[in-house]
Design a protein around this ligand. Structure first.
Ligand code: PEP
Length: 248
């Protein structure tokens, strides 16, 4: 399976100049890496000006659940698709936490994004130290009505909420914990779909990923890649993550 590394810039950087500069540095840095699918999920305001290429794809960090209409402030998956955006992050714990986004809403967004031809980066994770029921519910409700053949357009992310943006506090998940989270998700996917589908589903890891730990999440954690947030804001570090991942 091809390694997938997805940068989540969140609400950064502050200026278009910086966004363009960082995107171009990443583009140069990952140009020769053929073994990885590399994506930058940038804020909406930068998407029309960042120029994706064969080796650096564009992603958004959210979308609405319909094509067009009177929905003030929203951005539709169709609008993103028309801009050349390929991926969209949905179900991120920060949106669940700060914007009270429910799993039922995430489910509607997932279906709308797939309908528009976008690939979905579906974040799943719990506040508890161990993977458990909360994740099972996110997967079951989040995938309601999603057809088995569409699963290859989804990249699942195991994101233990307690390990997100914690580099300073050093609360980082181990590769063993990532492995457990991934196995738990595959087990739920097996219940929803079947064993074969669950086995070939792409699961990546998110939670304070950097160029030093990505290798262990891939090798020992059996992840097919990572979703770095904070570390992706440094374009040189992000390119390093991609290079390390492709060697793992
Ligand atoms: C994230 O945005 O999903 C994330 C994992 O962020 P960070 O790498 O900063 O923990």
């Amino acid at each position: 399976m091809k390694i997938i590394i997805i940068a989540n810039w969140k609400m950064n950087p502050l200026s278009l100049v910086e966004a363009k500069r960082n995107f171009e540095i990443i583009k140069k840095g990952v140009r020769d890496v053929k073994q990885a699918e590399v994506v930058v999920c940038a804020p909406f305001v930068f998407l029309p000006v960042l120029k994706p290429s064969n080796y650096l794809k564009l992603g958004a960090q959210d979308c609405f659940l319909g094509d067009k209409g009177p929905f003030t402030g929203e951005i539709s998956p169709q609008q993103l698709k028309k801009l050349g955006v390929e991926y969209v992050i949905l179900g991120h714990s920060e949106r669940r936490r700060y914007l009270a986004e429910s799993t039922a809403l995430v489910n509607q967004k997932i279906k709308a994004a797939l309908e528009a031809g976008l690939k979905v980066v579906f974040c799943v994770g719990s506040k508890a130290k161990k993977p458990g029921k909360e994740m099972e519910r996110q997967l079951k409700e989040g995938l309601k009505g999603v057809k088995r053949p569409d699963l290859n357009k989804l990249v699942f992310v195991y994101e233990p909420v307690w390990a997100i943006s914690t580099t300073k506090n050093k609360i980082i998940a181990t590769s063993k914990e990532a492995l457990k989270g991934g196995l738990y998700m595959r087990n739920v996917l097996k219940k929803i779909f079947d064993k074969k589908t669950a086995k070939k589903t792409k699961i990546i890891y998110g939670g304070s990923v950097n160029s030093k730990n990505i290798g262990s999440f891939i090798k020992e954690g059996k992840m097919v890649g990572g979703l770095p947030g904070a570390a992706s804001l440094d374009p040189y570090e992000f390119a390093k993550i991609v290079i390390q991942a492709s060697r793992s």
